[in-house]
Write a protein that binds this ligand. Structure first.
Ligand code: CAA
Length: 379
């Protein structure tokens, strides 16, 4: 028999994250979005409650939460604000390669300090000229003695510049393509590392997004995760996992779009009755609900596969694509239901649409996800 119920612990985690979204995120989200400012206090509170860096294993003093717990948290955070979700979840993204490929010593050295206060990790793969074609990376790594020297730049990095550590992917031998890449940890404050904050984003404006610039950045070779040559594989294995919380975040946005629309449609009157009495509106609400439920189950299924140690590349790509597509439609329809009020910042639904657009782009565009899914069918 399949068990669809959450454990007591998972329900507690859900209610903690839900309360945090309700009490702390939702009342403040609009102003961080408007000001394009980083919500340091909210991140600090999340850290205190145990909602940050949750996948750091118990062996180094962390909570060691599994993927299902992570997606439960992700949905609630995104229900509150997808931009704030991204700050917290991009840190889990930055931690994942260290869990996948870091030695015990590296896990202790890099992850244990992240538990000490509101500290963040970042994942630096994309570049100004290469996003989908990740293996074409131009950031160069060269070896000198027991050091690696990095030159180049990484683009669109969530938490870039404010993270305490960055997992950086670079090529040490472009001719070898994927097999000439490595993953290396670069800590904040390393000489030669600088950043430029990216301004003017459509949505997720509370997230600190930056270009990271590397000018003769020297790091110990002991910071390389796995072996030189493993970089691309580590990046792919990481994204196979972390696309699942993106799916969960999308479910959170779609659920918020539904709740806002249900309330508005009950209050707003037209032709002498609440608009929720009209089938045109009812069908929209029903379609959003279909999306929320189906996307959540695919997300939970992908998370289950990860936690069970089973192959999950295809399920994760399906979850990310489907959930972000239905969430985009949900936010769009929520605006339609709200009419003119949906088009202004006084109501929260216009922000949902601006925020969710990124879910169809980051951690691999939905076109790349379809490529990944198609390859599992044809290769
Ligand atoms: N797991 C393990 N290994 C994998 C793998 C996976 N999922 N996918 C590929 N590989 C291995 C292959 O087996 C192959 O290995 P060999 O060299 O030993 O044969 C190697 O990697 C190359 O594989 P491909 O030929 O499939 O590689 P490709 O160049 O055709 O690229 C791709 C495949 C799917 C398009 C990949 O480049 C990709 O996923 N691109 C999207 C990148 C992406 O998601 N970027 C997001 C950036 S992070 C971000 O957005 C976060 C943020 O800050 C918010």
């Amino acid at each position: 028999m399949i068990d669809f119920s959450l454990s007591d612990e998972q329900r507690q985690i859900q209610s903690l994250a839900r309360q945090f979204a309700k009490d702390v995120i939702i009342p403040n989200a609009a102003s961080y979005d408007r000001e394009e400012s980083y919500p340091a206090e909210i991140v600090a509170q999340a850290a205190e409650l145990g909602l940050l860096n949750t996948i750091i294993p118990e062996t180094v003093g962390g909570l060691g939460l599994g993927m299902l717990e992570e997606v439960i948290i992700a949905e609630e955070l995104a229900y509150g604000c997808m931009g704030i979700y991204t700050i917290l979840m991009a840190s889990e993204l930055g931690i994942t390669p260290i869990l996948l490929a870091g030695s015990k010593e590296q896990q202790e050295r890099f992850l244990s300090p992240l538990l000490d206060g509101p500290k963040l990790a970042a994942f630096a793969l994309s570049e100004p000229d290469n996003g989908s074609d990740a293996a074409a990376m131009k950031t160069r790594a060269r070896f000198e003695g027991d050091e690696v020297i990095l030159n180049g730049s990484k683009m669109w990095i969530s938490n870039g510049g404010i993270a305490d550590l960055n997992v950086v992917f670079a090529s040490f031998d472009p001719e070898k393509k994927h097999q000439g890449t490595l993953a290396v940890v670069v800590e904040k404050g390393t000489p030669g590392l600088s950043h430029q904050k990216i301004h003017g984003k459509l949505g997720q404006r509370a997230t600190y997004t930056a270009e990271l610039i590397f000018e003769d950045v020297r790091v110990p070779a002991a910071n390389i995760l796995g072996e030189p040559g493993d970089g691309f594989r580590i990046a792919m294995q990481t994204l196979d996992k972390t696309r699942i919380p993106v799916a969960a975040g999308s479910v959170g946005i779609a659920r918020r779009a539904l709740d806002e629309s249900v309330s508005y449609a009950a209050e707003r009157k037209a032709f002498g009755k609440p608009i929720n009495r009209f089938q045109a509106i009812q069908f929209k609400l029903a379609d959003i609900k279909i999306g929320v439920e189906t996307a959540r189950w695919q997300t939970y299924y992908a998370a289950y596969l990860v936690d069970a140690g089973l192959p999950h590349t295809q399920a994760s790509a399906i979850a990310k694509t489907y959930a972000s597509d239905i969430a985009f439609d949900a936010a769009n329809e929520a605006i339609q239901i709200h009419g003119g009020y949906g088009y202004v910042a006084e109501y929260p639904v216009e922000k949902l649409l601006r925020d969710v657009k990124l879910n169809q782009i980051y951690e691999g565009t939905n076109e790349i996800q379809r490529l990944v899914i198609a390859r599992t069918l044809t290769d």
